[in-house]
Design a protein around this ligand. Structure first.
Ligand code: 5GP
Length: 198
């Protein structure tokens, strides 16, 4: 399971990981947010309305769900159960609130957090999308800070300074060789502190 603040570079890292590891399955989440250009229903997300989402919550169909940026997001229980039953590795791209629920329900899941290398770089990446207004960027930055404050709850933390290096570290974690990326390693708290200082 992977979490990261928006701008941490999680999506690109995950895409690269999946290309290199064709056996990995991506859990397609359900969301009430509208599709962005180039997003396809059933590929990036299953796009549903709030009413349908709330019906699925009431029916116990989500193994975790959370509200992020004013929209609901959730992981369908049956997707996780099917992968577990078949012994397939499943990637969940979820936020810290969802990660906390998964930690309780599936303690064996490996939890990885991706951090940006600096606050300046985080801001640059958030701006780099080029589609959002200043207000939206400021909000994402604030939300990213909240997200980053939960880094200690994860088993592994990868600092995405150099893409190829970060990808190698992610692959090492998947192969059970992630010792160097453990979240309790020396030096990481200093970087996290500087990322959280606003
Ligand atoms: P975006 O709308 O930019 O695709 O995603 C916004 C945030 O929602 C990201 O941090 C992403 O990881 C998170 N997210 C996506 N799917 C899920 C999900 O199923 N559950 C939870 N808890 N968060 C999700």
């Amino acid at each position: 399971m992977i979490a990261a603040p928006s701008g941490g570079g999680k999506s690109s890292l995950l895409q690269a990981l999946m290309q290199r590891r064709p056996g990995l399955e991506f859990s397609v989440s359900y969301t009430t947010r509208g599709p962005r250009p180039h997003e396809q229903d059933g590929r990036e997300y299953h796009f549903i309305d709030r009413e349908e989402f709330e019906r699925l919550i009431a029916a116990g169909e989500f193994i975790e769900h959370a509200e992020v940026f004013g929209n609901l997001y959730g992981t369908r229980r049956r997707v996780v159960e099917a992968a577990l039953a078949a012994g397939r590795d499943l990637i969940l791209d979820i936020d810290w609130q969802g990660a906390r629920q998964v930690r309780e329900r599936l303690p064996e899941a490996v939890q990885v957090f991706i951090l940006p290398p600096s606050r300046a770089e985080l801001e640059r990446r958030l701006r780099g999308r080029g589609t959002d207004s200043e207000a939206a960027i400021a909000r994402r930055l604030a939300e990213s800070t909240v997200e980053m404050s939960h880094w200690r709850d994860f088993d592994y933390v990868i600092v995405n300074q150099d893409f190829d290096q970060a990808l190698q570290e992610l692959e090492a974690v998947f192969d059970g060789r992630g010792e160097a990326s453990r979240s309790d390693r020396a030096g990481l708290a200093g970087l996290a502190g500087s990322l959280l200082r606003t």
